[in-house]
Design a protein around this ligand. Structure first.
Ligand SMILES: NC(=O)c1ccc[n+]([C@@H]2O[C@H](COP(=O)([O-])OP(=O)(O)OC[C@H]3O[C@@H](n4cnc5c(N)ncnc54)[C@H](O)[C@@H]3O)[C@@H](O)[C@H]2O)c1
Length: 361
């Protein structure tokens, strides 16, 4: 390993400080500068980490000479901020979503290709042990033929959450509501576990909030390229807020991830589905499977606890550092980050038009 990689952070609101904590928890990375249009936020974060602070990206890039910049600004600014970083010859970590339109995502992908720099789009739950276990099982065909899968996010966000930032709940800068801001994590995992989504049919509604332009509740039906079918149920209008749950089912096994933990896992023994009838879930193998991943069924993923959120980011940033050092692609590069966005935008189009929508590759 060479010297520590020098990180800058753009945007010091809710998520910027998690990036700072994740970066400084790694041996071979340091935060050298932060920037925010609100000077007080930048100054405060800089004082916690003993680094420099600026009011904008261009000063951060020219004065602090970081190797990598984390983009933690409102979603509709991500691609333009990231392209500026790439064009300055630096690598970039972009918070989710990659941006709010496919045009912007494609501009970022083009800039990445033109500059040859590296891009990671945050999807920190791909690094949870539960997700890794289910992905390995699905990829190696241990669930048999995949038949259905679901992503269900039944959360609550108060009106004051939406009122806390002028960009929240706007089409221009949030890009939508619960689907693109909250459920995107589960949607990305569902497509990573089940394979590409080819078509979506959806309904959305704004049911429990005011002064926002976007949906707080959505239901979608999905068709996967494999022929499997699935669904998304996503809401920030389910008081008091329940869990985020992902299920994967095949003709030889099933798995359920609940709030980032492996809640249920079963694979038929000897590849034989055995019983003629089944219901209720038998022979939960989750604890045993988690042992193989050095974790338990109660190991934290990246839940609501602020500490664990930073730690899940740490795993993804560690992957990014290794990708830079080894000159390989990070697990979630720009093309990977685009996939969840394409599904979400297809969902909005279907809800708007009342018709099934093909997902744009
Ligand atoms: N991965 C996750 O779990 C996770 C969690 C929360 C937020 N996010 C994402 O992080 C992004 C930011 O969300 P947040 O909740 O931190 O929002 P926020 O409003 O709390 O913070 C955004 C910050 O960016 C600053 N900013 C705006 N324009 C700027 C500019 N041109 N230059 C510099 N700074 C600028 C704002 O002043 C603000 O401090 C969003 O895209 C969101 O989707 C991801």
């Amino acid at each position: 390993m060479g010297d520590k990689l020098r990180f800058g952070i753009l945007g010091c609101g809710v998520i910027g400080p998690h990036h700072a904590r994740a970066i400084t928890s790694l041996d071979d990375a340091e935060v050298v500068a932060v920037a925010d249009v609100v000077p007080e936020r930048a100054r405060k974060l800089a004082s916690e980490y003993g680094c420099r602070w600026y009011n904008d990206l261009s000063d951060l890039l020219s004065s602090a000479t970081p190797d990598v910049v984390c983009i933690c600004t409102p979603s509709g600014m991500h691609a333009r901020n990231a392209v500026a970083v790439l064009e300055a010859g630096k690598d970039v970590v972009v918070e989710k979503p990659i941006d709010v339109t496919l045009e912007a995502a494609d501009q970022l992908i083009s800039a990445q290709r033109a500059t040859g720099r590296k891009v990671a789009v945050i999807s920190q739950h791909r690094f949870d042990p539960a997700t890794q276990a289910v992905r390995d099982a699905a990829e190696s065909g241990r669930f048999g033929r995949l038949t259905s899968g679901s992503a269900e996010v039944r959360w609550w966000r108060s009106q004051s959450y939406y009122d806390s930032g002028g960009w929240r709940g706007t089409w221009e800068l949030d890009g939508g509501g619960v689907l693109i801001n909250q459920a995107i994590h589960s949607i990305d995992l569902l497509q990573w576990l089940m394979g590409p989504v080819v078509e979506v049919t959806a309904y959305t509604g704004l049911l429990a909030h005011e002064r926002i332009e976007v949906e707080d509740t959505a239901v979608a039906i999905l068709r996967f390229a494999s022929g499997a079918i699935g669904n998304i149920v996503a809401t920030t209008a389910a008081y008091p807020g329940l869990t985020a749950r992902i299920t994967v089912h095949g003709d030889h096994g099933s798995a359920v991830i609940d709030d980032d933990k492996l809640d249920y896992f079963h694979i038929a023994s000897n590849g034989d589905a055995g019983a003629d009838y089944g219901a209720g879930g038998s022979g939960n193998q989750a604890e045993k499977v988690m042992e193989e991943y050095g974790a338990t069924t109660s190991s934290p993923g990246a839940g609501a606890d602020p500490g664990s959120l930073s730690m899940a980011h740490r795993d993804q940033i560690q992957d990014f550092i290794e990708a830079i050092r080894e000159d390989r692609e990070p697990l979630v590069n720009a093309e990977e980050g685009r996939k969840a966005l394409a599904i979400i935008l297809g969902t909005y189009e279907s809800a708007r038009t009342g018709k099934p929508v093909r997902i744009q590759e």
